[in-house]
Design a protein around this ligand. Structure first.
Ligand SMILES: Cc1ncc(COP(=O)(O)O)c(C=O)c1O
Length: 385
């Protein structure tokens, strides 16, 4: 048997990692500005997370959700305080898609409504309702195409208002910064207006913070820059620094009903121990402030690079759009400069480094990027003659 080949892969096998670096089999180091797709929040193989996880595995890694798990309670309390939603509840799952699936279901159970309003260019995951709310035609199977899911232009309030005023929608779901869609920020005024319309029309506001949350933008949640609160917030990726975990954070106005949601693996002892250790590190090493400061430095310096048409994002979630196709540039960054980056479309580099990324790391990256951009420009000039 072989893995089902659905990913385009780079031919580098990562064997180990530490901090902001990953290493291949030949022990070649690569600076990681991709963070395993925004998953590595506190740095690879962080000793505190490793230690707490191993200790927990030696005690118990998993038991059913049919018994009390104190770690779930401890994590809920710590997370509630850390993220600024101490009165909300949390439902644990195993991935971002599941976190969104549960948020959408809760919104529908709570309101009794069927329709969902999602944004143009949105990405919310690949399970049933999550992919129906995802604006990428090619990843929606025919069975996921549903008239209950309607798309409205991102950052455009009038059509959203018109839809929600029908009072047919259980939820509107928004990424405060679209990731897969190309690092586009929802403007604070858009989020504030959406909040007001949701309150007026009894629609649940779901904010998908799976990629942009957990400290990445310099606040715990990206939507907190707009000074609003959501009814449901979804997180995953960085929550357990690479162990599979998702969570749906739920307003007290949504009451729990026994048996309505469920999961076998969600909130296991070992992932909760890892997630608690992640919160320890985020706080002890002040990684949210670090993300803000290093992100600001990168945003400023990237804007000065010739050939860059736009730099978007906030904190350590950055999109660098170029005038030309970036495929060759990314390959050069990876194979010559030994730097991992992500991408969104053909023209945008997507940077999602661990939150412990330093100014020194940023300078190393900028130096390589400037050098390659200049080299490509020279090559272009020569080809003119
Ligand atoms: C904004 C957003 N929502 C949801 C998901 C889906 O998360 P997962 O792949 O863990 O299911 C992703 C993954 O990239 C994402 O970026």
């Amino acid at each position: 048997m072989k893995p089902f080949p659905v990913f385009e892969k780079v031919d580098i096998a990562i064997e180990r990692a530490l901090g902001c670096f990953v290493y291949d089999k030949q022990q070649q180091a690569y600076l990681d500005l991709y963070g395993g797709h925004a998953v590595i929040s506190v740095g690879h193989s962080h000793p505190h997370v490793v230690e707490e996880t191993i200790q927990q595995m030696n005690k118990i890694g998993f038991y059913s959700n049919a018994v009390t798990n104190d770690l779930q309670d401890r994590l809920a309390e710590r997370l509630g305080n850390a993220c600024g939603y101490p009165t909300y509840a949390v439902f644990y799952s195993n991935s971002g898609a599941e976190a969104n699936e549960n948020a959408l279901k809760l919104a529908s159970f709570h309101t009794g409504r069927r329709k969902v309003l999602a944004m143009s260019n949105a990405f919310h995951g690949r399970t049933s309702a999550a992919v129906s709310a995802t604006d990428i035609r090619s990843i929606r199977a025919p069975l996921n195409d549903s008239e209950q899911f309607v798309f409205t232009p991102f950052n455009e309030i009038s059509s959203l208002k018109k839809q929600l005023e029908t009072e047919e929608y259980c939820a509107v779901i928004i990424e405060p910064i679209q990731g897969v869609g190309g690092i586009h920020r929802a403007s604070p005024s858009f989020l504030q207006e959406v909040r007001a319309i949701c309150t007026k029309t009894g629609t649940m506001l779901i904010l998908d913070e799976i990629q942009c949350g957990y400290g990445r933008t310099g606040r715990f949640f990206a939507h907190q820059h707009a000074g609003i609160e959501a009814d449901l917030i979804t997180v995953a990726k960085g929550i357990a620094n690479g162990l599979p975990m998702g969570a749906t954070i739920i307003s007290p106005k949504i009451k729990p009903v026994m048996g309505q949601l469920g999961t076998t693996f969600g909130g296991s002892h070992v992932v909760c121990a890892a997630a608690l250790a992640v919160l320890d590190v985020i706080q002890k090493e002040q990684l949210i402030d670090n993300a803000a400061a290093v992100g600001e430095f990168l945003l400023t310096e990237l804007r000065k690079i010739h050939g860059v048409s736009e730099v978007r994002g906030q904190g350590l979630m950055i999109g660098v759009e170029f005038e030309n196709d970036i495929q060759h540039l990314r390959e050069e960054l990876l194979f010559s400069e030994k730097i991992f980056t992500g991408y969104a479309g053909r023209y945008t580099l997507r940077l999602l480094p661990p939150l412990c990324f330093t100014i020194n790391h940023a300078e190393t990256f900028l130096k390589s990027l400037r050098k390659l951009v200049q080299k490509e420009e020279l090559a272009d000039d020569v080809s003119v003659y």
